[in-house]
Design a protein around this ligand. Structure first.
Ligand code: PLP
Length: 367
């Protein structure tokens, strides 16, 4: 048995018959940039995020950057976020000339709300709450801190479409919810794509314009913008994938349950789902003190794994100029040494998950 960590070729093989006529139809309209599929996608995403307005974009990174921009984040402002995330949730802050102010995380891998207040200064404009792995950050506390200090909350829900915290959907807590539809996300395009949602019309309108060169119409530009639009073709693929999203999430949740049932937890820490939460398992991250040996052992058994992420953002060379150093965020740094992502994608069979679990159990028996 060979189990790759990602399996996008299988996705195409499964969907090819349905998608080839869709692709043909969309390209035959001659609408490549903007078009019916894009408009349809923007409507479709509202239900999934319980939001009033949405903007389709070219990436999750631009969703975050444009969100910060329309909320007024500029040079020398500060934005609070977590140091263990995909690099984009901090680069977006840097792009605007603002300073990323990191706050250590909790054992759920998300920002620890109890540590936020002491990092707030007069310059703090926003908090980016990252919902890592498909599990949402503790939003009630984050929202109440933000209210108290009158700062904005942006959700980096790139990994968490359909996830819930206290029965409320990802993207519906903050001022703006940002999502990625990168091929590796649970709702994926066949290339780069992203989108964002908000309940404020003026924010959506401004972002829509900014994503399209800042054009009010063909001949009028009030603010210089960007090229951050979603292609009509990617929108068509996303509209198709949307129909299967619930199934994708339920298979991933089933896979997580199978791991819980079959993995011996004596030497491992497994992800947990809080009461009132609904986790969508973009990744399944376990913690172990003997990670390297376990990776090698699994590799010999043809089981692929990944690490999300081995280097915390504050220790990346690009962030050196902000003066962070080793030891600044002890929980994050410890996690970076211990976390390991097991395969959980929707193309894995129960037998494969059990095989992975048994392989891990036998590793620990023989260690
Ligand atoms: C994927 C991801 C992003 C960036 O999304 P892109 O569409 O790749 O630009 C941002 N934040 C997190 C947490 C992500 O996982």
């Amino acid at each position: 048995m060979k189990i790759d960590y990602v399996n996008l070729k299988t996705q195409w093989l499964n969907e090819r018959k349905d998608l080839l006529p869709i692709i043909d139809k969309v390209l035959s309209t001659g609408e490549f940039v903007g078009g019916d599929e894009v408009n349809k996608f923007e409507k479709n995403i509202l239900k999934l995020t319980n939001s009033k307005y949405s903007v389709s974009l070219n990436s999750g990174t631009d969703a975050l950057t444009l969100a910060l921009y329309v909320l007024g984040v500029r040079k020398n402002d500060e934005v609070i976020t977590a140091p263990n995330s995909f690099i984009a949730s901090a680069s977006c802050i840097v792009h605007l000339g603002a300073k990323p102010v990191f706050v250590d995380v909790d054992k759920d891998l998300n920002i620890n709300p109890d540590l936020i207040e002491k990092k707030i200064t007069k310059k703090t404009k926003a908090i980016i709450a990252v919902h890592l792995t498909g599990k949402m950050a503790k939003m009630s506390k984050i929202i109440s801190i933000a209210k108290k200090y009158k700062i904005k909350v942006i959700e980096d829900a790139a990994q968490s479409i359909g996830s819930k915290f206290k029965k409320k959907l990802a993207g519906s807590y903050g001022e703006i919810g940002c999502f990625s539809a990168h091929p590796l996300k649970n709702l994926n395009a066949f290339g780069d794509s992203g989108y964002l949602v908000t309940n404020k019309k003026y924010l959506a309108d401004n972002i829509k314009k900014l994503s399209n060169h800042g054009m009010e119409n063909r001949n009028k530009v009030k603010y210089s913008g960007y090229v951050s639009r979603m292609d009509n073709l990617q929108a068509a693929i996303l509209n198709y994938h949307l129909k299967n999203l619930n199934k994708v999430i339920s298979i991933r949740r089933r896979n997580a349950k199978l791991y819980e049932k079959h993995l011996d937890t004596e030497n491992l820490e497994l992800p947990f789902e809080d009461q009132d939460a609904f986790d969508t398992y973009h990744t399944y991250v376990i913690k172990t003190k003997v990670r390297t040996k376990l990776i090698d052992y699994l590799k010999k058994r043809n089981i692929g794994t990944a690490i999300h992420y081995p280097v915390p953002i504050h220790l990346q060379p690009a962030f050196k100029k902000y003066g962070y150093k080793k030891g600044d965020f002890p929980i994050t740094e410890k996690l970076c040494r211990e976390i390991l992502t097991l395969p959980i994608n929707q193309y894995l069979s129960p037998e494969q998950i059990i095989y992975i679990s048994k392989s891990i159990n036998s590793f620990f028996k023989n260690i």
